[in-house]
Design a protein. Structure first.
Length: 327
């Protein structure tokens, strides 16, 4: 680190320690609302520039957590860090998402915010599964449990995360049992102890994940109808992922006509998909089709068009470092 950068970092640290916490809490909470709304409407990729701006405006997000003594500020920053971690994950910045998840957990533990810690761990479990680490995904989900029974929706989501990781590890019967238990737990209805963040755990979310788990188990006949229902229901932008998983299931089931019809629907709007997780899955499926001699020629042509229509990968500058900011 250069002397200039070191002095700038020290100055930011002093500012973090000295600034009045009460003024920062509303700013952090406002940033959470803006980022969540942007992610839901336009996707994580569109939200990354806003993340960069939030990091510039609130340097306490990168300060030593032990220097932040105010409990309300710690809670607000923990929640904001969790939201940023989620956006970075869905935007394909996996290493940086891990870093922000770790920060969210550290802040949440300092102020005793168990609800935010649980959501962060559940997001982190999904990140580990997506990056091919099912055992780590199970470990993250296991950390959600506490001395008391989990609220209904939180417990349902833990079972979903465990089902995905278990299916990846080849535990067919256990994965089916886990996702069935998740559905039953959800049908019990939200409990008074469920946290406010659990609003997005609804029937469509559970349908999509059940279909996805069954697809991991190659149970195409059961997976496809569930994924189709999840993709045709209105919902936030990140649920485009279920469409990508539906296409993957159709191709692996060799349902060529249905796969071509879905590509014809998805390709014209693929450039606007703001989830790198989704575009990665679509790209992998299109590549599989192109390499499959058994696929009809017109379907391979459609797959080539889909590949051309997908946006470029994340790349670019580190989203955790604001532009014109000393690294």
């Amino acid at each position: 680190m250069s002397g200039r950068t070191s002095r700038a970092a020290s100055a930011r640290a002093r500012t973090c320690a000295e600034e009045e916490p009460g003024a920062l809490v509303p700013e952090a909470l406002g940033a959470i609302q803006r980022l969540v709304a942007l992610d839901a409407s336009r996707g994580a990729t569109a939200a990354v520039p806003a993340v960069r701006e939030v990091l510039r405006r609130i340097p306490q997000l990168s300060a030593d957590p032990d220097r932040l003594r105010d409990r309300d500020l710690l809670a607000a920053l923990a929640e904001l860090s969790e939201v940023i971690g989620w956006i970075l994950f869905d935007a394909g910045h996996y290493r940086r998402a891990r870093r922000m998840n770790a920060r969210a957990l550290a802040l949440a533990e300092l102020c005793g915010d168990r609800a935010t810690a649980r959501l962060t761990l559940l997001n982190h479990s999904m990140l580990e599964a997506h990056t091919g680490r099912p055992k780590a995904a199970l470990e993250a989900a296991a950390r959600v449990a506490g001395p008391r029974p989990l609220p209904a929706l939180v417990g349902s989501l833990v079972l979903v995360r465990r089902a995905h990781a278990t299916a990846m590890l080849g535990g067919r019967r256990e994965a089916v049992a886990l996702i069935s238990r998740a559905r039953s737990r959800f049908l019990d209805g939200a409990s008074p102890n469920d946290p406010p963040w659990a609003w997005w755990i609804d029937r469509t979310e559970l349908l999509g994940h059940e279909g996805w788990v069954l697809s991991r188990l190659r149970a195409w006949g059961r997976a496809v109808p569930l994924l189709y229902e999840a993709t045709t229901a209105p919902g936030p932008s990140y649920r485009h992922l279920f469409t990508a998983e539906l296409l993957s299931a159709l191709v692996r089931a060799r349902a060529w006509a249905e796969a071509e019809e879905l590509i014809a629907d998805v390709a014209p709007r693929a450039a606007g998909i703001g989830s790198v997780r989704t575009t990665e899955t679509l790209g992998a499926t299109a590549g599989l089709l192109l390499a499959s001699p058994g696929a009809p020629a017109n379907l391979r042509d459609a797959a080539a068009f889909l590949l051309e229509s997908l946006p470029a990968g994340p790349g670019g500058p580190d989203p955790l470092v604001p532009r014109n900011h000393p690294a």
